[in-house]
Design a protein around this ligand. Structure first.
Ligand code: HEC
Ligand code: HEC
Ligand code: HEC
Ligand code: HEC
Ligand code: HEC
Length: 450
């Protein structure tokens, strides 16, 4: 049996230069060592199904996944080194969610992922199954209460006892708050830069008792352990999310309604496009909203194959300019960690100019759009699609005189990138992190008379 050490999880408020109001867990003492946690391979001896699933998920790569590695070392750690106003607690805090063992062991920054340190175990079995609650009223910024070496927590009182460990059941395991400890994040400027759990709580699903698990850990018949009982509702450990094109596909249903059936050249057509979020419990996109980009591209194709791009009609709300693709530059604050003076920035979206974008911009203390969420001092307009929400866009298009008479096909495609392409290219992030994935498509036709 391992001896349990005293736990101290104090939350401190530091005010630095009157600029920062930092609310992070202080690293006052190193609470545990890596040896206090079992390796996932150890659980695999008996929980082989869940191990296989977890191993394919982002949870098992949260520290060593390449884009995380680049953002952590090249941007977050470098930012605290290059700017005296950014406290080290900023990069230390990343590990509280991405590799909790390293965080609790005080190993920060953790070793280079290429040397295969234990920090690579990331969000491991023994990290999650030793969490027994959280501090305060709102789960966020890794405010979990985590004590290794005790019983394994679960929501199920199994029919079989484990030969290896005690089991303690707690209803907490079946709540969205369990996930919220890492899926809600506040920046040092007191801004919610990740709020997946809060979005679920505000939306229609939460009141109906739907939790994260229903969509990300679905029930399926199977054994939870090799020598255990068979259950009809074993909780799958795949955690499929935005990295799974299949999870992304169909998130939004597209409807298209032209104002008439037929037109002659020179006449205006008003096309209405409805976008219904039929799949997520939170907003779309959620989580790392600073990186993600969802956009709708609409075009008309005539009988000879000529393509006309339809830019979206402006609605006139405040901050709308951030929701329509342009050639603007942004992300100038990347210059600080990268050590480039007067960095001119990168293309803000790099998608066809005039397309509607569903996003919420984050702004740095100078009011420039940032993709370093820890540097976010304010948020812009929230033009994401809420759970079960329908957004309506219109496209006013004057039928060109050169259009070939006959059928005109109107096409709408919603695409999604995990990371804005310009940023991915600039930072040498593997291409798969910014390859466009199709969310959905739709088409309809109208007739053009000569
Ligand atoms: C009703 C089903 C549903 C519920 C409930 C739900 N999700 Fe999702 N989630 C989805 C779908 C579908 C996607 C893929 C589309 C997307 O990226 O938003 C997704 C995506 C995600 C992503 C990837 C986002 C990104 O851009 O990286 C995360 C993380 C996530 N969900 C976590 C959660 C958490 C945590 C909860 C509970 C607080 C939750 N989800 C509740 C359906 C759901
Ligand atoms: C020597 C085999 C063995 C090892 C190693 C083992 N477990 Fe288990 N565990 C079991 C058995 C058997 C059950 C009971 C399964 C059942 O309910 O039928 C169980 C139950 C559980 C439960 C409760 C849910 C349930 O299915 O009843 C959790 C949570 C759990 N184990 C987590 C872990 C974690 C995390 C590790 C690694 C740190 C681990 N176990 C290592 C055999 C093992
Ligand atoms: C991100 C946190 C997280 C990680 C990582 C994780 N689990 Fe779980 N696990 C859960 C939650 C939450 C439940 C309970 C789901 C429920 O009852 O709705 C659960 C349930 C279980 C159960 C019981 C399943 C059931 O149907 O009752 C076992 C056994 C288990 N986990 C083992 C593992 C093993 C082994 C690993 C690593 C290979 C692992 N878990 C990784 C969160 C996690
Ligand atoms: C200890 C912290 C922690 C807890 C608890 C946790 N997660 Fe996560 N989760 C993460 C981190 C960190 C990532 C990001 C992995 C990456 O991309 O680097 C992640 C990734 C995910 C993804 C994949 C997102 C994608 O982009 O594909 C989903 C889905 C997800 N979590 C759902 C859940 C659900 C559901 C729960 C609760 C049952 C939960 N998480 C609990 C830390 C946590
Ligand atoms: C409160 C927990 C938490 C903290 C603190 C945190 N993250 Fe994350 N991070 C997550 C979760 C959860 C996800 C994935 C889910 C999502 O995107 O919704 C994520 C996603 C990411 C991603 C995107 C991964 C991808 O594949 O697209 C990067 C990069 C990242 N984090 C880096 C950092 C860095 C660097 C820091 C510190 C400055 C940090 N994170 C702090 C929880 C956290």
């Amino acid at each position: 049996m391992k001896k349990r050490k005293k736990v101290l999880l104090p939350v401190i408020m530091i005010t630095l230069l009157g600029l920062f109001s930092v609310s992070f867990h202080a690293i006052w003492e190193v609470r545990y060592s890596y040896d206090d946690f079992e390796k996932p391979g150890y659980c695999n001896q008996c929980h082989d199904l869940f191990y296989q699933q977890w191993d394919q998920s982002m949870m098992s790569d949260a520290y060593n996944h390449e884009w995380d590695e680049i953002e952590y070392f090249k941007l977050a750690v470098a930012h605290t080194e290059n700017d005296p106003d950014i406290p080290a607690a900023v990069h230390e805090g990343c590990n509280g969610c991405h590799t909790p063992m390293a965080f609790l062991a005080g190993d920060m920054p953790p070793p280079d992922p290429k040397t295969n340190p234990r920090a690579n175990e990331s969000v491991s079995c023994d990290v999650c199954h030793n969490i027994k609650g959280f501090e305060g009223d709102i789960p966020f910024n890794h405010n979990y209460i985590l004590e290794p070496g005790g019983p394994k927590f679960s929501a199920r009182k199994g029919e079989v006892t484990s030969p290896n460990h005690e089991i303690d059941t707690t209803a907490f395991y079946r709540t969205a708050e369990f996930c919220g400890v890492c899926h809600n994040e506040k920046s040092p400027h007191d801004v919610w830069v990740k709020s997946t759990h809060l979005e679920l709580q505000e939306g229609p699903y939460y009141a109906e008792g739907v939790v994260c698990h229903d969509c990300h850990m679905p029930d399926a018949p199977g054994k939870t352990a090799k020598m255990g009982a068979r259950y009809d509702d074993a909780k799958m450990h795949l955690f499929n999310g935005a990295h799974d094109p299949g999870k992304i596909r169909g998130t939004v249903e597209i409807g298209m309604t032209p104002d008439r059936q037929d037109y002659v050249p020179g006449e205006p057509m008003v096309l209405t496009v409805t976008l219904y979020n039929q799949k997520t419990g939170h907003k779309f996109p959620t989580g790392s909203v600073e990186d993600r980009i969802v956009w709708l591209h609409v075009e008309a194709v005539d009988e000879k194959g000529n393509v006309y791009h339809l830019p979206v009609d402006k609605k006139g709300f405040e901050g709308e300019e951030y929701t329509i693709a342009s050639e603007e530059l942004a992300y100038q604050d990347l210059g600080v960690p990268l050590g480039i003076e007067n960095f001119e920035g990168l293309r803000r979206e790099m998608v066809p100019v005039g397309d509607r974008i569903f996003r919420m911009p984050y702004f740095d203390p100078q009011g420039r759009m940032t993709m370093m969420q820890w540097n976010a001092a304010s948020l812009g307009v929230d033009y994401r699609i809420g759970p079960r929400e329908t957004k309506v866009e219109t496209y006013t298009f004057e039928i060109p005189y050169e259009v070939t008479p006959g059928e005109l096909i109107l096409k709408a495609v919603m695409n999604y990138r995990l990371l804005v392409k310009s940023v991915g290219e600039y930072l040498d992030v593997p291409e798969e992190e910014y390859t466009a994935m199709m969310v959905n498509e739709q088409e309809t036709t109208v007739t053009i008379y000569p």
